[in-house]
Design a binder for this molecule. Structure first.
Ligand code: FAD
Ligand code: NAD
Length: 477
């Protein structure tokens, strides 16, 4: 379809973001009911569950990206897409202000996008808790360029460690890979990195064999707090076998370019501050609010007390508003900030909006019919129209009967390295927990079936086969 001309009879629905929430909304939305405008700095959807695999080249990043244009071209009615950041949402004026942050900028006279309805699906940014040095020195793991940066840095550390005349301390430092945050992101990355070393790096660069080491630092007493005790123990045991060091009860307080300062609590309860040298530092301590969301919250009195995100009601309406909805990591609806939740919320909103459009359509038709009935020339005609009205009213009641959003948890799954994964799967036998190689195969096939397009599925399989046959590519781009 061509670029949409806004139809003045239709409401303008603006959707922010092209992540799990917004794209799953878009996929199920009947776009002919609204003037749909999508705004996102990313012109693609990113399949985040496989992002840790891109840091080591097990999977190439383009295999888990899907251009948003690919979703749009299959829609019945044209959808407008602006590759830009929403910099501010003016709630009173119903305007989103946008900024094209990419290199090539258009000569546009206005950066305002008006809306009747707005969906905020901008996700979250990386939490640093204001800890000094994190933004300057650490790598994050949220977007494609983060994964590319990590991949380069791993190889840079390895190559530099074998450089001429390095001191033993410097070699040790360069080959110390430190991951901060024992949530699923940190655990999956640590597992992938150790795999990379065990399967490939140590064969390609035997010199690093003695000193390459992965350490996972976690402030709480254990990693993966959302998993059952049994799976936490399984993960910790597997990491030990893989020779990944887990440092629990250790909180990072400061970061410099060559070491982190961490406070750990010993068995006697005493706190010790120590310097841990690193070559690569990956920071995975969870989510923080994006400025555009924080600013919107400050305009709505009902959001004043919320710290973590936009509080929504059971229909995902942002509390204190009537025409703004929120999905995914930026919304607070009592669920964990996961892709699973975001995708289900997006799909729910699509149903809701499709239903709202149908309701309006039927109401207009009813209005028209009651007029026809009034001016009908004969009793037969009046009775005929009356029957039509009854029928429509029944349909309207049925359409309006849409229940609130209910999340259905399919289970949690995390890859922990050496072809093992842990899973809490609720739909098998009540609450079933499993771990191990079988789970790993299940994990792989589950992700493949979740992957958005056939194209992505094939690309990911090819990458897996390539890595198995030839080893991962260790060239530093
Ligand atoms: P996102 O998917 O982050 O999308 C946000 C979108 O908004 C992006 O397109 C972004 O470009 C855009 N955006 C940002 N700022 C603006 C702005 N100012 N204006 C307009 N658009 C903007 N969850 C699981 O359930 N299972 C997993 O296995 C899993 N693995 C993960 C692995 C990693 C490495 C990471 C980082 C997360 C993982 N998650 C997983 C969590 C999951 O990715 C998130 O919960 C999910 O992405 C949230 O969806 P979202 O739509 O809210 O945000
Ligand atoms: P998280 O919030 O789950 O974990 C962050 C961890 O960092 C916490 O355990 C916290 O105690 C620790 N931490 C915070 N500050 C610290 C400090 N200064 N020093 C040491 N440790 C510190 O974050 P995440 O792993 O990025 O996950 C974010 C969300 O994405 C979660 O909801 C998660 O479920 C989801 N996710 C899911 C999967 C999966 O299902 N496989 C994978 C990745 C992410």
């Amino acid at each position: 379809a061509d670029q949409a001309d806004p139809d003045s009879n239709k409401k303008t629905l603006v959707i922010l973001g092209t992540g799990w929430g917004s794209v799953s909304l878009l996929k199920k939305l009947d776009t002919e009911n609204y003037n749909v405008v999508i705004i996102s700095p990313r012109n693609y959807f990113l399949f985040t569950p496989l992002l840790p695999s891109c840091t080591t080249g097990t999977i190439e990043h383009r295999s888990i990206m899907e251009p948003v244009r690919n979703f749009l071209r299959h829609k019945k009615a044209a959808v407008t897409f602006y590759e830009a950041d929403a910099t501010k949402i003016d709630y009173e004026k119903k305007i989103v202000y946008i900024n094209d942050g990419s290199d090539v900028k258009g000569a546009t006279s206005s950066n305002e996008v008006p809306f009747d309805m707005l969906v905020v699906g901008v996700g979250a940014e990386n939490a640093t808790f204001g800890i000094p040095g994190v933004r300057e020195h650490a790598c994050f793991l949220k977007e494609v360029n983060d994964a590319q940066q990590i991949r380069k840095r791993i190889m840079d550390c390895c190559e530099t460690s074998t450089f001429k005349d390095q001191s033993p301390e410097e070699i040790k430092r360069l080959l110390h890979m430190v991951v901060v945050g024992g949530g699923p992101t940190g655990v999956e990355f640590a597992g992938e990195l150790q795999d990379f070393f065990s399967n490939d790096l140590k064969k390609w660069i035997p010199d690093i064999k003695e000193n390459f080491h992965v350490t996972l630092v976690e402030a709480l007493p254990n990693v993966l707090p959302m998993f059952s005790k049994q799976l936490i123990e399984y993960t910790e045991k597997t990491f030990k076998e893989e020779t990944i060091t887990i440092r629990t009860k250790t909180t990072v307080k400061n970061v410099t370019d060559k070491y982190i300062e961490a406070e750990s609590t010993g068995p006697d309860g005493k706190k010790v501050l120590e310097k841990i040298p690193y070559g690569l530092l990956v920071w995975a301590t969870g989510n923080a609010l994006r400025p555009v969301v924080k600013d919107l919250m400050s305009q709505i009195p009902a959001q004043k007390d919320s710290r973590r995100g936009l509080v929504v009601n059971e229909y995902l309406v942002v509390k204190g508003t009537e025409n703004i909805w929120a999905v995914g990591d930026c919304a607070i609806a009592n669920y964990a900030p996961t892709a699973q939740v975001a995708a289900q919320e997006g799909a729910f909103l699509a149903r809701l909006f499709n239903q709202m459009a149908r309701t309006e359509e039927i109401e207009m038709e009813l209005k028209h019919l009651s007029h026809v009935q009034e001016v009908a020339p004969s009793k037969e005609k009046r009775d005929e129209v009356f029957a039509q009205i009854k029928d429509l009213q029944r349909r309207l009641r049925r359409v309006k009967q849409m229940g609130p959003f209910e999340y259905s948890h399919q289970g949690s799954l995390a890859y922990i390295g050496s072809e093992k994964a842990v899973a809490d799967i609720s739909w098998l036998t009540g609450n079933f927990a499993t771990g191990g190689t079988l789970t790993y195969f299940f994990w792989r096939s589950a992700y493949l079936s979740m992957c958005f397009s056939t194209r992505n599925r094939i690309l990911v399989i090819v990458d897996w086969v390539k890595a198995k046959m030839f080893g991962r590519d260790v060239s530093r781009e």
